[in-house]
Design a protein around this ligand. Structure first.
Ligand SMILES: [Zn+2]
Length: 434
């Protein structure tokens, strides 16, 4: 099932420079929120606090009573959100730890099947996991307790529990946030009005007004990113984008990605044919500039100019890529697309061409944008193992030869555009595997 909406981040910007005084006040909030986060991490991030994490109100209560908010003089709209965010990070870390341990268990060849069963049970049942990590007896709901005991009786419990504790300690990291350049803000701490936004600050009943470049109004948690050196801020807004569903998108399309043409379909249609030109132009320019830079170490302002131009060129390239992906979807109307998996990145020693790294990076970008746009339009993306996919004949599966962009099969005589042959193989493999 495709999700009905996906979350994207959009940005809002200040219209006029922010005064140093206002920036300082906003900076204080960022610093304080960060202190709250780190306090929560320290107090509730450890193994000993595991049992307080679910359902979570223990943490909220203890934090309300601990006096930190009063000490900082931070409005509770900020304080509570910082606590909530930090708690979410801690829970998220535990999910990650459990999944890392599960992977380890799966790979471990010395554990017996019974031992793996038992360990997986402990990972799955929160209360059991917490009890074992804190060296307490496991006490569960009657039905769970019964299956727990059955599994436990089949193994050396003490040994298994030591194993689990060791693994947890191995993956557990002390959380710490250095993020003092911004803060989260809930709906109750801001108000859009007068072509701008009013933000609650630490002074009672006072607000800072920031005129904005647009008149959009959002009703959700925002993130305020401060850019003091630019006298600016960015408001990051997560927005739900409704996923479009096209009833006329019915085709299954295999595609091959290329260095010169962005992609070719199994029917031989090409998209992004000028991609190679854009890319070569861009890569040549980067190489030239690097050479110049290495010869006479330019001044800072020239370097700035370089980055500005590099950024502009990159944006041009990206806008071309996006335009072509849109054209591809509009024209092909795919229900499913099959796409070769990205090969693992090679060790840098093997990279001969200087353009290589640039092209690899853009390929990552193309892939990311293609997958995002497909998700937005309810088009399913299936990734296919790509090993040897370019040298196989799409008609008879035997190995063929490639020369100047043409694939030729000596076994069945097929002669076809190389990328189209690959795309057909991608589609074939994709349909078989799904
Ligand atoms: Zn053949």
């Amino acid at each position: 099932m495709q999700p009905a909406t996906i979350v994207k981040t959009t940005c809002q910007y200040n219209k006029e420079p922010i005064s140093d005084g206002d920036m300082k006040k906003l900076g204080e909030i960022a610093v304080d929120c960060n202190k709250v986060r780190n306090y929560v991490y320290q107090r509730f991030g450890g193994i000993g606090a595991l049992e307080k994490l679910y359902p979570g109100y223990t943490v909220q209560n203890e934090m309300t009573q601990c006096g930190l908010r009063e000490q900082l003089g931070l409005p509770s709209v900020y304080f509570n959100l910082a606590v909530f965010d930090a708690l979410a990070d801690i829970k998220c870390q535990w999910v990650k730890i459990k999944s890392d341990i599960a992977t380890q268990i799966g790979r471990n060849t010395t554990l017996s099947a019974e031992e793996k069963h038992y360990l997986r049970f402990l990972l799955k049942i929160n209360n059991a996991f917490t009890a074992v990590l804190n060296r307490r007896q496991v006490v569960l709901r009657a039905d769970l307790q019964k299956s727990y005991e059955q599994l436990a009786n089949a193994v050396d419990m003490a040994k298994m529990e030591r194993y689990l504790c060791r693994q947890a300690r191995k993956y557990h990291r002390k959380l710490y946030s250095e993020e003092v350049t911004g803060f989260s803000i809930s709906e109750r701490a801001y108000r859009y009005e007068d072509h701008g936004i009013y933000l609650t600050i630490k002074e009672k009943r006072k607000r800072i007004f920031v005129p904005l470049t647009d008149n959009c109004r959002y009703k959700r948690q925002l993130y305020i990113k401060l850019l003091p050196e630019k006298k600016s801020l960015e408001i990051k807004v997560p927005i739900d984008v409704r996923v479009k569903k096209h009833s006329d998108y019915t085709k299954q399309v295999g595609i091959a990605l290329g260095m010169y043409t962005m992609f070719v379909t199994d029917e031989g249609h090409s998209y992004g044919e000028q991609f190679g030109e854009y890319q070569t132009h861009y890569a040549d320019w980067v190489r030239e500039q690097t050479a110049v830079y290495n010869r006479n170490r330019e001044s800072g302002t020239e370097r700035k100019k370089y980055y500005a131009k590099k950024h502009r060129m990159e944006e041009q390239l990206h806008s071309y890529i996006n335009m072509e992906i849109n054209r591809f979807l509009r024209t092909e109307k795919p229900e499913i697309i099959y796409l070769p998996k990205l090969p693992p990145t090679q060790a840098s020693g093997k990279v001969r061409e200087i353009n290589y790294s640039v092209s690899m990076w853009q390929r990552g970008y193309i892939r990311k944008r293609l997958i995002l746009k497909c998700t937005e339009q309810s088009v399913k993306v299936v990734e296919v193992l790509g090993k040897g996919i370019g040298s196989e004949c799409s008609r008879c599966s035997k190995t063929g030869k490639k020369k100047q962009g043409i694939f030729y099969c000596p076994t069945c005589g097929l002669q076809i555009e190389e990328k189209r042959n690959t795309a057909q193989n991608v589609k074939k493999r994709g349909i078989i595997s799904s």
